[in-house]
Write a protein that binds this ligand. Sequence first.
Ligand code: ADP
Ligand code: ADP
Length: 238
Amino acid sequence: RGVLTLRGVGVTYPSGMCALKPADLSFTPGEFAVLLGASGAGKSTLLRSINQLVQPSTGSVQLQGAVEQGSRAARLRALRRQCAMVFQQHHLIGRQTVLSNVLLGLVGSRPSLASLWPWSKRERLLALGAIERVGLLDKAMFRADMLSGGQQQRVGIARALVQSPQVLLADEPVASLDPATAHSVLSLLHGICKNDGLTALVSLHQVDLAKTFADRIVGLRSGEVLFDVPAPDLSPDL
Ligand code: ADP
Ligand code: ADP
């Protein structure tokens, strides 16, 4: 009863680089899964193949409740809304407010992409709700570039949450943060995931953080799933 199921999903880039060998994975609601692997292991490729930022060369991705009708573009927008992404370099617009940045998460929910303005009262309330959940309500009108790295990543999380996704894909969300901040950002992400029954796929390269937060650890090396185990079963020599 997976919310997200990958069947034989593999990625070979146009360069000929096989970045992901065909993988079969299924994730349940509320599961906090960590993709663990060194740089170049294929973590980003796997996450991006789920929301089709990278087109899989083989296999299929199934999302529960996914939109089946409509144009390819409309289905893709629905998929990306349901599988919202948090990036390492959170891609915020520094000169805009926290609120404006989070509102941008709603662009894909609009019937038309024609105008970004004005935002409705409902949209602004949704965005403020997401900002509150990441503990930054008092900074909503600050420029994003006035915030610390950890706060900026929280804004990135709010921008993903505002879309009410079923699945959160977080690509090395704490790689550029110091250890204490990394811990607190993951703790926030974990709490939200458990509270909402959201499925989170979080890529990390730190074994200790994976063991602290994950329910399940999927180990990747050279584009291959090496192991897929409940976190307590992770071999101690890793
Ligand atoms: P990460 O540290 O998250 O793996 P990288 O710094 O490796 O990211 O890659 C940054 C960007 O460059 C990504 O968009 C990735 O798809 C692209 N990229 C990485 N390796 C290659 C490559 N060998 N050829 C072309 N693009 C690449
Ligand atoms: P990770 O996220 O674990 O660092 P990636 O998925 O970014 O790994 O990369 C896996 C492999 O695919 C790496 O060897 C990387 O250089 C290569 N790669 C990533 N993006 C591209 C791309 N756009 N074109 C070609 N090779 C790529």
